[in-house]
Design a protein around this ligand. Sequence first.
Ligand SMILES: *Cc1c(COP(=O)(O)O)cnc(C)c1O
Length: 414
Amino acid sequence: MAFTSEREIISKELAAIREAGLFKEERYIHSPQGVNIAVEFPAGSNAREVVNLCANNYLGLSSHPEVIKAAHEGLDARGYGMSSVRFICGTQDIHRTLEEKLTRFLGTEDTILFPSCMDANAGVFEAFLTDQDAMIADKLVHASIIDGMRLCKAQQYVYKHSNMEHLEEKLQEAQEARFRVIVTDGVFSMDGDIAKLDEIVALGEKYNAMVLVDDSHATGYLGKTGRGTHELKDVFGKIDIITTTLGKAMGGASGGCVSGRKEIVAMMRQRARPYLFSNTMPPVIVAAAIKVLDLISGTTELRDKLEQNTKYFRSRMEEAGFDLKPGESPIIPVMLYNAKLAQDMSRDLYDEGIFAVGFFYPVVAKGQARIRTQISAAHEREHLDRAIEAFIKVGRKYEILGLSKKEIIAKYGL
Ligand SMILES: *Cc1c(COP(=O)(O)O)cnc(C)c1O
């Protein structure tokens, strides 16, 4: 009978994942995404309200009243689904409006929407690079970039994370290639650190290499008007290709794009497979995303509040004696090193009404377990204070306040 030995083998693999403590359980949220969410955990229990510290809802736009209103209006005006890919009969005028607004916001020449940034990254490399070309990527780029590079025949080089000397060596090695593309994330999602984009652009100029930045964790808030890592690092207008998502700060629904040199964008429309063979972004999301861009282009209020919240949370957590990864992004990892400690503390925080998830191998390197907190413009002081107090209470219980990395590892092991 079919699926007998198969069931046994796959069940064993699942059991092994469970035994290794790596099994991912979903938690059901019974409310809109936001700062206070009602979470059912463990499954089957009554949902209870907790303060959310782990969404990518950096600007608090996921359930913003004006965004919801724009989505309703878009739904009424343009319907629910398009039942087509873009190039057959799936392009409305509002798709082009959104592309043009993204182009202006990101400071590029043109933009093409994709169903997600995962799809943008899966399609971007293969569509304009051949085996005569070279991709030179930071060691810690996002999984979707790694997949996109796997689908492309160009030569692959990897440089040590944010190591400019190593990048320069790889650029020298790749001088024979027809094109060179340096590939990096803008903000790295696990550590919250920011790419040295100014130095990367300078190396690109020196070695005649294009620069591709995945700015998914930065678009909408980083830099003084929220344009992204290129604005923060003073290289606005100098990035050849930006890929990014609408699924994080930009309202958080879904959708992504490739934005950059107009010939490259034109090539995406001809060749990028996730663009050609996957459905159009639905009008309701397009309409809401246009509203998001209007909201954040008009004022920096939200990104300013996010910056203040980030500084406040970081400084009070440092003061309390937690070992934080240094940085300035709203991704603030509380380092614990030991996987079980990260899980135990996350569970205790949950009992205190704070939702902050533990990350450990294989999501981060072995011995680098942590609780990753993410700050939002939607957090008020009282939410942050409640979170900080809960962290302090739990930190005291495990006696880690004021301990250095070495001391935490000596106490709990790796
Ligand atoms: C979240 C993320 C993506 C995926 O974006 P989706 O639009 O959800 O597919 C891609 N790259 C980076 C760096 C991300 O953080």
